[in-house]
Design a binder for this molecule. Structure first.
Ligand code: PGA
Length: 268
């Protein structure tokens, strides 16, 4: 697990965009997992900038959305499908057939979730998963208490999440109580993860996720079991980390560590 501490939100987004660009340079047929929420918005703006400058091409990229509210049509402005279209997909050259998403209104929820898992496998698996983190520690919509081996499934939103969403819906009957979400087990199988967090209101949960025990009560702590997870946080979100100085030190020295690995590889 790597903790990358950047000065501010803009630098967090720039670092994440650089990681995605680098991954795409290594493997053009990249399979990316996308998250919604306020945090990744700056990253998506940077990806659009990179695309407009010719720094990345989405024609060969396949995309999987993390989650979706149950009951909403894709065209509903608060659906995650609509969010991704609006904030990224409509502004780059991704092919429609390469966008995979959970539907908010499937005829058979369990069959739909199984089929989503199959589509991820058929694509060869997700190379790089983008994540945010909820103040309660959720990743995707795996609310506290979610099984650490959960798969894509129906999840009941917590009352806090329902409340947080309420202002975005004009009609009370539309406020979602359920969602479909990739599971923690599904996320742990991705090849790499970048989790972005910014602001002091995320400081406590970042410290619990990174340095606390692995527990279903803090779903993001499961990433301690992931073979390649990077937490990219700004100074405000890093404020409660006990080993902050070491993370900064390790980041400063990581090129030297990479050089050492290259030398070993050349010799063997
Ligand atoms: P936020 O949401 O980026 O809007 O803070 C993160 C999340 O709930 O996963």
């Amino acid at each position: 697990m790597e903790v990358i501490i950047k000065k501010d939100y803009d630098d967090v987004c720039a670092e994440a965009a650089g990681i995605i660009q680098e991954a795409w340079r290594r493997e053009n047929a990249l399979v990316l997992g996308f998250a919604t929420g306020a945090t990744p918005l700056g990253l998506y703006r940077k990806l659009i900038e990179l695309y407009n400058q010719g720094g990345i091409d989405f024609a060969s990229i396949r995309a999987f959305n993390l989650d979706e509210y149950v009951g909403l049509e894709e065209s509903h402005p608060q659906s995650f499908a609509c969010y991704m279209d609006h904030h990224l997909f409509s502004q780059v050259n991704i092919l429609r057939e390469n966008i995979f998403r959970l539907s908010g209104r499937p005829a058979d929820i369990e069959a739909h979730c199984r089929s989503y898992e199959r589509k991820i496998k058929d694509s060869g698996g997700i190379d790089l998963q983008i994540l945010g983190i909820g103040k309660n520690g959720h990743i995707a919509f795996n609310e506290p208490g979610s099984s650490l081996s959960s798969r894509t499934r129906l999840k009941i939103l917590t009352p806090e999440t329902v409340e947080a969403n309420r202002p975005f819906f004009q009609d009370e009957s539309e406020v979602p109580r359920f969602c479909l979400t990739m599971g923690i087990g599904t996320i742990l199988e991705t090849r790499s993860v970048i989790l972005l967090a910014s602001g002091k209101e995320k400081a406590e949960i970042i410290a619990r996720a990174v340095e606390g025990p692995v527990t279903a009560s803090v779903p993001a702590s499961a990433l301690q079991l992931h073979p390649s997870a990077r937490f990219i946080v700004d100074e405000a979100a890093a404020a409660a980390l006990a080993r902050k100085d070491y993370y900064l030190w390790a980041f400063e020295n990581r090129d030297r560590a990479r050089d050492l690995l290259k030398v070993v590889r050349l010799k063997t």
